[in-house]
Each structure stands twice: as structure tokens, then as C-alpha cells.
Design a protein around this ligand. Sequence first.
Ligand code: SPV
Ligand code: MG
Length: 431
Amino acid sequence: MKTAYTCFCTDVIHEGHLNIINEAKKRGRVIIGCLSDAASIRYNKFPTISQEERLKLYRSIEGVDEVVIQNDMLYDDVIKLIKPDYVLHGDNWVDGPEKAIHDHVENLVKEYGGELVDIPYTYNEKVKKIDMQLREKLAMPEYRRKRLRQLLSLTPIVKAMEAHSGLTGLIVEKTVVEHDGRLDQFDAMWISSLCDSTAKGKPDIELVDMTSRFRTIDDITEVTTKPIIFDGDTGGLTEHFVYTVRSLEKMGVSAVIIEDKKGLKKNSLFGTEVKQTQATIEEMSAKIAAGKKAQLTDDFMIIARIESLILEQGMEDALARAHAFVAAGADGIMIHSRKKEPDEILEFCDKFRADNKETPIVVVPSSFNVITEEELAAHGVNIVIYANQLTRSAFPAMQKTAEDILRYHRAKEVDDRLMKIKDIITLIDEL
Ligand code: SPV
Ligand code: MG
């Protein structure tokens, strides 16, 4: 008997899926692939139910003969093993970033005489609503909050990109690229104090108050689903920080990063060019411990950021702080540097990992930008934050447009580099 294979990465079965199963049944024995959690998150489909629950769900569908786990987004593992006579998929993957997967599967099945069948995609109001509801579910605080810990357990390195508004949030949420036959996207958002302040035309000195920072989070959470890492600056007074932790948890933020500085905070990229005071180990540890005591969920993370390398206090100081902050309850360590070369960051990671294999390490490679995610992961880094690149790319573009309109007394000369009006009005999702 012939075999017909299709891969699902859905949490809800709707008529579109049933149609594919029906088409598969006409061709032979129906085998469903359940895309694994690790593969799903690379595929812009973060599951709302566990892999086990999805397996159970698919097995319960009438007409399904077998369910297997598919670990590879590109289908190599299952196709080489099962060699199905037919592979079926909705025809929504014949263009866009998923086309790379389509073409790859087509070549794989051709090698042994199999056939790829693109089934017309079912896209009616009911299906649209289910898709939307699934997405909205991921946006809810209780799903979003735990997602960073889930990602840390599923992916070698979590990639976070800066967002400071609904629009930049949408860019982080939706940008997917196909590269070398693989799809890639950002995993999380970083709400940078630098970019949040800059967007408001204010300096990065903890001047923008928490109420205003929370407003930024609100704007972003309304239109996105990805987990949020919040730049909490120094965390402020310990007596205030405990309230901040509660508020962030309630909003569905996954982690706050606080730095071991006190007094007037200035941006770390100034280094020792401006006066900045590092908090003592005891002061910072007390703040971390108070925050951990205040939090209500197990999902939320408090990550301690160490400024010893920025303030030229040496590697030993940085390492001593890291171990002390973990002992105080920190769920992760962020180590920062403003050197062009990544050497001191890598030395820190290697030395910290020699004594601590578990605690997530976070880095922000703004200055040491030659290093790749893969190299960082090889040194034990778990989260990489692109802290300010969206702001820094938008600002010069806007400034140049403003200058050129003043120069030419009309907008024609700048038009070629602008997004089309039609594109900007369709950028935002309609409910
Ligand atoms: C931020 O993005 O606000 C940061 C990272 O804190 S840095 O600007 O590099 O200090
Ligand atoms: Mg900051």
C-alpha cells in the first residue's frame, strides 16, 4: 500500500487540516508528522500545547494511521526514513519564505520517485478566526511570560531584538528570512532603556519613569506575541523594585535585567568617560533577593547585569559578582563590555561556565559585533541581545529624508527610498 505523509505544526485541527487528511487518504496510508517543539519555534509557530498533547490530538483524528515526530523543519529526517509515496501540504508554501522548504521537499521526494502534492489552502472566515485566536492566545500574559524559559530549554541561543514601539515590535514579531534553505526569526524582544528613552527624545539616565516605560510595554504587547526582556536599568530603590517585578509579571514580561550600578545611571557605552558608581555585591544581592521574594510566578526571571568590565574593575571582580548574584537568586547573568573585540566577554563566559554550567548567560554585542551567535553559543552564551540596531538604522534614514525635503522644497526626490503608501497601510493587522 502506498503512503501519504503530511506535517502538522498546529494546536487546533480545522477543516483545512481535515481536507489534507482526506486527500492523503485517497492516496494511501496516512502518516502525520508532528513538528517537534524545537523545530516549530524556528518556523514562526510557537506551540500553545505541548508536543505530547499535539501527538495525542493528531492520533485522535479519524483516518490517521500513524503519527511520527518530525524534528527537521526541512523534512530530511522523516522523508529519508519513511520515503512516502506522496507528501501533501497546503499550497500556501509555494511562495514567501516557506518556498525554500517547499522546493527542498520537492527535490527530496523526486530522488526516489515520490511526489509532492500542493493542496489548495482552505482559507475561509472560520479558519481565519481560528488562526487569529491561536495567535491571540500566545499574546496573553500567562503564555508570553513563560515563553522565555521554554525557549531557553529548546534552542541553543535565544535571539532578542530591540523594540520601543508597536511598530518596532511588529518588525521583531514578523521578520522572517530564508537563508541557506532555513527560516530564521527573532525569538524575543528587548525593551532597551536607551532606545525607549531615545524614542522619547530623553537621555538614558533613568529619567523616563516606570509608568512611561510600562506604557511602551503595553504598546508592544498589544500587537505582538513574542517574549519580552525588559531593561530595568538599576532597578531603582529596592523598595520600588519589588513593585516593578510584580507589575512586569502581570504584564506578561518574561525577564527583567538589572545592572549593578547606583546613583545617577548613565549608559554603559560611555564606560569610564562619565562618572558611574557600581553597587557593592551586598547591595545588588539584596535587591535581587528582594525581587525574587516578591515575584508570584515561577516563570519570571530576574537577570543580574555586571558592569565590572565596563567600569574596568577586572575579570576577577566580574566573576565574583556573577557567583554572588546567582547565590542571591539571579536567574541569569548578563555580562557587558564595550570593547571592539569579544575577548574579555569570551574569557568571562569560559571562566564562569567552568564553575556554573546552568545559569543562562546574556550578552549584548553592540561594540564586539564581529562575533556570531554560533561562536557565542559555543562559549556558553544563551541569550544574545541586539540592543539598539533598529533605532540606529531608522534615525539616519529619517534624518536624511527630513534634510532632503528641506533641500528640494518638495518630497519627490526622497520618494524612491520610501515605503509605498499601500504597503504602510497594510502593514498593520486588521482584526
Ligand atoms: C540598553 O539597550 O539600554 C542597554 C544596553 O542597557 S547598552 O546600551 O549597551 O548599555
Ligand atoms: Mg539600558
